[in-house]
Write a protein that binds this ligand. Structure first.
Ligand SMILES: Cc1ncc(C[n+]2csc(CCOP(=O)(O)OP(=O)(O)O)c2C)c(N)n1
Ligand SMILES: [Mg+2]
Length: 274
């Protein structure tokens, strides 16, 4: 997918996501909007996956540790055909496939999450197992800035560096928001670059909305004898003016008019592309 196709797909999927949240009446929005560029790039230009055969033994593994951001994951997976798009209309309904947090059993979803701070450990386990079996599959794990305030995340970072897991890529949604504060005000996690370097990772820091930077970062991953981290300096709520950089839009709780205004802004951006 080239840059223009990518931009278009990102906006279309943001609109799908907002429609899905509108139907559910609530759900997480700020993080997912900021992660969309990277998520779409990964699935369309990088990961080796087969939507018709989600458990294909040769697949790359995609994990999302910051599980509350699953709305963007769900729309990307549905768009690729991992499951029917009609499932999106049942988000957060009792007994439906797609709950507010992702779980194993949803086609394409490799890890259950929601309780934060565990996903990188799960990814390290998979990566280590694959290496022990001399398998070429890659493992990509999304995690958040907020999760770097949790001890287990650092145990996983230390383990991956120690075992030189060069089949592992951690992608950080470094958006400087968490549930009810800016991350830097709650508990500063910086400097991530120096910290990952010190834990023996190949450390790349990019603007997570820049197609070329995303492309180059992924091209340089896995080439060294180390795990790779791509620290994405993301804008939460990216693409909707009144949501951008506002921790108040960590989630959307049904405020009247918000979603209609968001879709109007995104539709205008889409029209400007074509
Ligand atoms: C172990 C754990 N503690 C607390 C929560 C509640 N919680 C849900 S989302 C969230 C914010 C975490 O920050 P981040 O992942 O950076 O969120 P975002 O950028 O998407 O706003 C918190 C504290 C949780 N899900 N799991
Ligand atoms: Mg965050």
């Amino acid at each position: 997918m080239n840059q223009q196709e990518h931009q278009k797909k990102v906006i279309e999927l943001k609109i799908d996501m907002i429609n899905m949240l509108a139907k559910a009446g609530q759900g997480h929005i700020g993080g997912p909007m900021g992660m969309a560029d990277m998520m779409v790039y990964l699935y369309h230009n990088y990961l080796k996956v087969d939507p018709k055969n989600p458990n294909w033994v040769q697949r790359d593994y995609m994990l999302v540790s910051n599980g509350h951001t699953c709305p963007i994951w769900y729309v990307v997976l549905a768009d690729l055909g991992f499951f029917s798009k009609s499932e999106l209309a049942n988000l957060r309904q009792i007994n439906s496939l797609l709950q507010g947090h992702p779980k194993v059993g949803i086609p394409g979803v490799e890890n259950s999450s929601g309780p934060l701070g565990h996903g990188l450990s799960q990814a390290v386990g998979i990566s280590l197992g694959l290496k022990m079996d001399n398998k070429p599959n890659k493992v990509v794990c999304f995690l958040s800035d907020g999760e770097h305030q949790e001890g287990q995340t650092w145990e996983a970072i230390m383990s991956a560096g120690n075992w030189k897991l060069n089949n592992l890529i951690a992608v950080i949604d470094n958006n400087n928001i968490q549930i009810d504060s800016h991350t830097s005000d709650m508990m500063n996690i910086e400097s991530l670059t120096e910290k990952y370097d010190a834990f023996h990772w190949h450390t790349i820091r990019i603007d997570g909305h820049n197609y070329e930077q995303i492309k180059q970062a992924l091209e340089s991953a896995n080439s060294l004898d180390k795990p790779t981290v791509i620290i994405c300096d993301n804008i939460p709520g990216k693409g909707v003016s009144f949501m951008e950089n506002k921790f108040e839009y960590h989630d959307w709780t049904g405020t009247d008019g918000d979603l209609e205004k968001s879709i109007a802004e995104l539709t205008e951006q889409l029209n400007n592309l074509s």
